[in-house]
Design a binder for this molecule. Structure first.
Ligand SMILES: [Cu+2]
Length: 270
């Protein structure tokens, strides 16, 4: 009896639907307005940010719908004074409702997973002429190794230098514990694991200096395991590299330099 006087009628349902629509719109607008990430500095970044936006647009209304139904039921069907001993009607399920609430999330999940998989394929796709850079993690610093253009020992750097619009393939490893190589402005991140070489592709597309962060708790100094990634023009990068080559072998050769002295003649490069 009591149920009919309360649950019946379409008006409360319409009210609930109206509130849910308004709350969803506000939630989605807020979710899209918030700047979740730093500036985009790689071709991968916009693909990832779009994926996040799509996830916000699809998940906020579902969250709002579920909380609206729960809130509505708690408010509408609460026990009133004098009803403590009453019981609701026995209900044996609702096939149509159950099919709908199984099928809709299943379709959404498959669609979103497919989209995310395609986005992942896209951002991890191998590019022509990738520059290979070694990333070495240890407590609590990153170091980066570049092939020496003059041959010989690789060029080592404590800052990461990259060329704008030129794709890079990082070979990542760790000397002690697990770390995680992350440049938030590039969005891409990969674990650095002792004994393994993991790989990561990025094409930086914006000049500037961006933090390199360790994203895996690796010990007491973890929070300070931060360095810089510098995205330079090709010209500036070449100038930096020439300096490194000179410092590494141009003047007084470091101990253990056996390969012929003739190789160290940067002048001949034309
Ligand atoms: Cu670390």
């Amino acid at each position: 009896m009591a149920q009919e006087s309360r649950g019946g009628g379409r008006r409360p349902l319409m009210q609930m639907a109206a509130i849910a629509v308004v709350a969803s719109a506000l939630g989605v607008a807020l979710g899209l307005l918030i700047e979740w990430f730093p500036s985009q500095a790689s071709t991968q970044a916009s693909t990832i940010d779009t994926l996040y936006n799509v996830l916000i647009i699809t998940s906020v209304p579902i969250f709002v719908l579920v909380t609206a139904v729960i809130g509505f039921c708690v408010w509408r069907f609460r026990v009133r004074p004098g009803e403590e001993d009453e019981d609701g009607p026995p209900i044996h399920g609702n096939t149509r409702l159950e099919i709908v609430w199984t099928a809709v999330p299943a379709i959404m999940l498959v669609a979103l997973c497919t989209y995310a998989f395609l986005a992942l394929q896209d951002i991890e796709e191998a590019q022509a002429d990738e520059q290979r850079i070694q990333v070495i993690a240890q407590q609590y610093a990153w170091s980066f190794e570049y092939p020496n253009p003059m041959g010989g020992d690789p060029i080592r750097s404590e800052e990461l230098y990259l060329v704008e619009d030129e794709p890079v393939l990082f070979d990542i490893t760790a000397l002690d514990v697990i770390h995680s190589f992350w440049v938030p402005a590039f969005r891409m991140k990969r674990d650095a694991v002792p004994g393994l070489t993991t790989q990561l592709r990025v094409t930086p597309n914006r000049l500037g200096t961006y933090p390199v962060v360790c994203a895996e708790l690796c010990g007491l100094g973890h929070a300070f395991m931060r360095q810089n990634a510098n995205v330079l023009t090709r010209q500036d990068f070449d100038a930096w590299m020439a300096e490194q080559v000179k410092a590494a072998g141009g003047g007084g050769a470091p101990a253990g330099e056996e390969e012929g002295g003739e190789a160290a003649a940067p002048e001949s490069a034309g």
